[in-house]
Every structure is written in C-alpha cells, then in structure tokens.
Design a protein around this ligand. Structure first.
Ligand SMILES: CC(C)(COP(=O)(O)OP(=O)(O)OC[C@H]1O[C@@H](n2cnc3c(N)ncnc32)[C@H](O)[C@@H]1OP(=O)(O)O)[C@@H](O)C(=O)NCCC(=O)NCCS
Length: 434
C-alpha cells in the first residue's frame, strides 16, 4: 500500500474482535455506495450535535470526503442498523516538520460514538484500531484536532501546536505598523477557493505543525460547500505585491451590530500570508475597516507580529489553547525526519503502554542538523512518555517545561541540551481544524 492511500488499508481485526464482544460490527465502509455513506454521514453529524443533513449537504460531503478511509461500528440489533453507532475517518496528510521537512501523517477525524452507546469502549476500539492500521501501513505519526482535551492523552496523543483566539477593540488598537505598497482587492469566493491551495502549499513548507489541506476544506473556507449555511456572508480580500502576485488572502464576515451601525464585529475567518507585507496590509485592512468596533480572529499563531503593529496592546484579549495533537508511532522515523538547529546526542527511554514507540532510542544529531536514530541499550539520559516526546518533536514545547511538570526525567544539563537541540526556528502552528 502506498502511504498516501489510507483507503486501501484493511479493517483492523483486533478492533473488530473488541467490539464483537458487545455484539457490534467493525466495518471499513464503501464510500462509493451512497446507501451506506449517507446514513454514516448522518450519524457522524449527529455525533457532533448537528441537525439532520439535507440531500444537498450529503452530496457535498460525499464529494468532498470520499478520499478518506471511513470506519463504522454497527449495531445489528439497532432499529436503524444502517446508521453506525461509532464513526472515525482517516487519511494520510503531509505534516510539516522543522527545517522545511515533511512527513506523512495519519490524520484522524470524525470520531463519534452515539450517545446511546457511550462508554462501552467503542472509541477506544476505534482509536487503537486507527493507530495499529497506521503503523501497519508504515505511517510514523498520527495527528488530530480535538473537541475536548481530555480524551486523547490515554492513546498517546499530546499537544504539539498551540493557537490563539483574538478579540481586538479597533478604536483603541490604532495601527502603527508598516503600510506596504502592494494592493488589496476584493475577490469572489470561487477565486478564493482556487487561490488558497497554492498559497497554503508555499506557506506550510516553512511552518512546522501545518498539514496539507484537502480541497473540500478550501471549498468550505470559501463558503462554497453545497448547502453551507452563511457562505454568502463571507467576503474575501487578496493582497498582491507590486508585481501582481498573490501574497496573502483573507476571508471574513461581518457580525450583526446591536443597534449602533458603527459597532459591527468583523470575524476574520482565515488569514493566510506569505510575506510580512501581506500580513501587515491585511491586518490593517481588518482593523481600520469602517463601521467595525471589534475584530475577532481564531486559530492564530502564539507569536503574532500583530502585537507590535498596534499602539495599545491592551486593546486585545488573547486566549491560548492547545490545537494540533500528535502521536508518534515510529520513533526513529519521526525523530530522523526533522532537522535540528545544533548537534547533540541523547539516549531516550520512551514509555508507550500501547507499545508502538516503546523502547530506548539513541538520537544522534550531527553538525548539519541531521539525525540518526536507533534502538539502544544502556542507561538513558532522559525518560519520558510517548505523549511528552510527541509534544517536543515540533519544537514548540520545551523539555525543561515538561520536566518542571514532571513529564520528563533528566538532569539539568541534559534538559538544557534537549531544549537547544529540539528548538525550532519557526514557531509551530496549525491554521486549520481537521
Ligand atoms: C468522546 C467519545 C467519542 C467517547 O466515546 P466512548 O465510546 O464513550 O468512549 P470509550 O467508552 O471508548 O472510552 C474510552 C476512554 O475514554 C474516556 N472518555 C471517553 N469520553 C471522554 C470524555 N469526553 N472526556 C474524558 N474522557 C473520556 C473513557 O472514560 C475511557 O477511559 P479509560 O478507557 O481510560 O477508562 C463520545 O463521547 C462522543 O462521540 N462525543 C461527542 C463527539 C466528540 O466529542 N468526539 C470527539 C471528536 S475530537
């Protein structure tokens, strides 16, 4: 199987056996068969508390998502046995690593269990099944974004990128940043959908934590998914440099004002920029938009230059939260795939109750920043869980922080070397939900 093709991975027999004990069936579904896929999608959407989907919406989802592998847990005794009681889907997406490197990642999404069947081990069977399937397919790392931060640690996942949500009072903020000489133009949403992929591909190469995005998400980002509510409220703006090349795209919607027409909220739905000029110009556009008193933006980086482009940093409220979760499956493949800013070597004892990453590993980084990793014996320099290593791998979380939190055991000198070797020049950042 090509690692780019999760769909052809077979059903996991261990997970099938685990749910069979409860009279349930584990199936990899045929997404080409709408009679199977539609009830599946209805069950998944119900799991995320959405209403019943229209035929138009289902058609859009079939079209946008059928590249993925969909697993359903079915209850033959149910009144509607065509609707699964558990759902999970997965695909292989390129994950950006420090040093402009990339690695195929087993992306997991759509994890739901019907409230009628909760807390019987269905999610556990599905998730462990995903990890075994990914490992068997030769994919070295799994990733997901989460609805609740309390679910996935037990499966070895841990936060590797953080994100910020912003609320900015425009009157107080006052733009003091650069005023670049490129130009801004409104573009229609079809053009936005068509321009986002290439810009994102260029930007993500240099952003550890970002993943390759599937076309259906760009369509939704542009408000063009079939039956998508509120799509027509989105506006898109492009920043082009002096040569006319697209360097930044922003999509936003204006919220309703109460009674005062000068107090609209501008919701920056997505802002993607390739250059400092595009970044400054599009933020300034949002903050100086007439009739707007508040700008809100979600999923921004933890290190936004915007702070330094406004006169009053206290005009902002910023909330930080974990966002991109990773789970290492193959330690040599993952640690060997990124590059490192300085040389160093460590013997790491990694604990993984599910076995995939468990072992003692020698990580040797040479002066060029390339690593070789091999199984090793002898006294480790540091002990840590697979969760802790998964948090460290992008360089956005420091070993010394995890040591203070009791998650890494090592002496002071080792932890300082770990901080230096695992650091990333670019702040890890994932700009989408998946
Ligand atoms: C979250 C959800 C998938 C859990 O499904 P489930 O089949 O009830 O979970 P399981 O019975 O397999 O439980 C597995 C473990 O996770 C724990 N767990 C399950 N849901 C949890 C939650 N919401 N918070 C904390 N722990 C949770 C269980 O206690 C159990 O722990 P243990 O095995 O270590 O003792 C399900 O409640 C659901 O569909 N929720 C709504 C949709 C959602 O939030 N999906 C997650 C998308 S990121």
């Amino acid at each position: 199987m090509s690692v780019n093709d999760a769909k052809s991975a077979p059903a996991d027999p261990t997970a099938a056996e685990a749910v069979a004990g409860n009279g349930l069936e584990y199936r990899v579904i045929d997404t080409a068969d709408a009679a199977v896929f539609d009830p599946y999608l209805q069950a998944e959407m119900r799991g995320f508390l959405a209403g019943e989907q229209s035929d138009q919406q289902l058609g859009g989802m079939r079209d946008g998502l059928s590249f993925r592998r969909f697993v359903g847990i079915y209850d033959p005794a149910s009144l509607d046995p065509a609707q699964p009681v558990g759902t999970v889907n997965s695909w292989v997406a390129d994950l950006s690593l420090p040093g402009r490197r990339g690695l195929p990642m087993w992306a997991i999404s759509g994890v739901t269990v019907a409230p009628t069947h909760r807390r019987r081990g269905i999610a556990r069977a599905m998730l462990e099944g995903e990890l075994r399937t990914a490992a068997a397919a030769g994919v070295a790392i799994a990733g997901l974004t989460v609805s609740e931060a309390t679910i996935y640690g037990r499966f070895g996942f841990a936060p590797a990128t953080y994100a910020t949500d912003w609320s900015i009072e425009t009157k107080r903020a006052v733009w003091i940043g650069p005023r670049p000489d490129g130009r801004l133009d409104f573009i229609d949403r079809a053009r936005l959908r068509d321009e986002l992929p290439a810009l994102h591909d260029r930007v993500r190469a240099d952003r550890p934590g970002e993943i390759a995005v599937w076309p259906g998400l760009w369509r939704r980002m542009a408000g063009l998914a079939p039956g998508q509510e509120g799509g027509d409220k989105l506006r898109a703006v492009r920043y082009a440099d002096r040569a006319g090349a697209t360097r930044g795209l922003a999509v936003y919607r204006l919220g309703d004002e109460d009674s005062d027409f000068t107090k609209h909220e501008l919701h920056l739905q997505y802002l993607l920029t390739e250059t400092d000029d595009a970044y400054a110009s599009l933020w300034r556009f949002a903050l100086e938009h007439d009739l707007v008193s508040t700008v809100k933006a979600q999923l921004r980086s933890v290190d936004e230059p915007l702070r330094w482009m406004i006169a009053d940093q206290r005009s902002t409220k910023v909330e930080t939260g974990e966002h991109g979760w990773l789970r290492i499956l193959d330690v040599p493949a993952v640690l060997g795939a990124r590059s490192y800013p300085v040389a160093g070597s460590f013997r790491l004892r990694v604990e993984d109750p599910l076995g995939f990453a468990d072992g003692t590993w020698m990580l040797a980084v040479d002066a060029s920043g390339s690593a070789s990793v091999s199984a090793s014996e002898g006294t480790p320099d540091a002990r840590l869980s697979v969760n802790a290593l998964s948090s460290l791998v992008l360089g956005g979380v420091r070993a010394s922080t995890l040591r203070a939190a009791g998650m890494v055991t090592a002496d002071e000198a080792t932890v300082q070397r770990l901080d230096a070797v695992f650091a990333s020049a670019q702040v890890p950042y994932l700009s989408v939900w998946y």
